[in-house]
Design a binder for this molecule. Structure first.
Ligand code: CP3
Length: 354
């Protein structure tokens, strides 16, 4: 099925390569950014992070979070900045307590596996510092760069809210979805509603693209995937589209394998993010013609660097040479990644490596 670009390119976005690709144009040099590009592999991030004490303090300090958002663009010729925040700010605003335990990951209390949704007191003012970060970044961003806002998908956010933490196979959440689908639907719908408000707030503050991170999309059986990944994402995309028709939406159903084709056809996203386990040639064959894709270099190829990285980069570039493509990793950059490998990657993708 051929796909025509949904939006005409407005004058304000005409000189932003990332927006051009999201509107269906193929560029000879793909625009690029890296998931988790602001983070622990950067010494300047580690310094600021230490000064602020906790990750949540850093996220809620708009001036510092704006600095962190822009740090990677000061070093590398990336085409986009991604708001420095976290997908778990939504459960925080829905009323769970949020903390990040060093070496163990996030904690949300009370976990909804035992607590009732109605016991939580929504506090949407918890979004205010994030919107302020967006405004601050926007005033400092050069005109050819794009600011990406984001949220987690309802399914992935639900897995954290229910377990109260990350989980290996999301089994508590998958079990609840089968055993009490009414209660589970209510949780999904609450997340969907608050995420919609949150993303609209980001756009109103200046975000130009939205990405939905669905990190645990891969853990669901196909019919459950339809119910809890595709349907809520499609509803969210439709509402956002109605409110902000010019803002492209990238969906990233990590680990979804062959179900990515249905995701691309049925959710209405403008671009599909691919993780590194997806064969780019398969994706190019199976995804709707003309649909932009984002990805999907293995973060470990970047970590390894050298000839292995060069080969892997070429495979990704070649596979998507006839489709609108945003170059990215298949998942977040690893904290141990050497900075000079990132420099080499940018040179390879941008063709400035001689
Ligand atoms: C599942 C998920 C989370 N957060 C996110 C996801 C979806 C993507 C994915 O699958 O990685 C998304 C996220 N988290 C962060 C961003 C910022 C923007 C970016 O640079 O991409 C984004 C887009 C910052 C962060 N979020 C977190 C850090 C590390 C915090 C620190 O500095 O200690 C950063 C930079 C913390 C976090 N946040 C989360 C976990 C599980 C953890 C702990 C694990 C870890 O430390 O990597 C939840």
């Amino acid at each position: 099925m051929a796909r025509s670009p949904r939006n005409a390119v407005p004058a304000s976005g005409a000189d932003k390569p990332l927006l051009s690709v999201l509107r269906g144009q193929r560029l000879a040099t793909p625009p690029m950014w890296l998931m988790r590009q602001a983070g622990r592999y950067l010494p300047e991030y580690r310094r600021l992070r230490q000064d602020k004490g906790s990750f949540l303090n850093l996220v809620c300090d708009s001036a510092a979070a704006a600095d962190v958002t822009l740090q990677p663009l000061e070093r590398f010729d990336f085409d986009a900045a991604i708001l420095f925040s976290d997908i778990l700010i939504v459960p925080f605003a829905i009323g769970q307590n949020l903390s990040f335990v060093a070496g163990e990951g996030p904690r949300l209390t009370p976990p909804l596996v035992s607590a009732d949704l109605d016991a939580l007191t929504p506090t949407l003012t918890r979004f205010e510092p994030i919107y302020e970060t967006v405004r601050k970044v926007k005033t400092r961003l050069s005109p050819d760069k794009t600011l990406i806002g984001f949220a987690g998908s309802p399914w992935t956010v639900a897995t954290y809210m229910i377990a109260g933490q990350g989980s290996r196979d999301q089994s508590e959440t998958r079990r609840l979805a089968y055993s009490d689908s009414g209660r589970f639907s209510a949780i999904i719908e609450r997340i969907e509603k608050v995420t919609f408000q949150y993303l609209c707030g980001q756009v109103e503050a200046g975000a130009e693209v939205l990405q939905l991170f669905d990190s645990w999309a891969g853990s669901l059986a196909p019919s459950e995937f339809e119910k809890w990944v595709i349907a809520p994402t499609a509803r969210l995309v439709e509402k956002l589209r109605h409110e902000h028709p010019d803002v492209p939406i990238v969906g990233f159903p990590k680990g979804a394998g062959g179900k990515i084709a249905a995701y691309a056809r049925e959710t209405g996203v403008d671009c599909v993010g691919l993780d590194e386990t997806v064969d780019p040639h398969w994706a190019n064959r199976e995804l709707p013609k003309g649909l932009p894709v984002q990805g999907n270099l293995d973060p470990l190829a970047l970590l390894a660097g050298g000839e292995a990285m060069r080969v892997a980069v070429k495979q990704v570039l070649d596979a998507f040479s006839e489709r609108p493509h945003i170059f990215n990793l298949g998942h977040g950059i690893l904290p141990e990644t050497p900075i000079d490998h990132v420099e080499q990657l940018v040179a390879l993708v941008k063709g400035t490596n001689g």
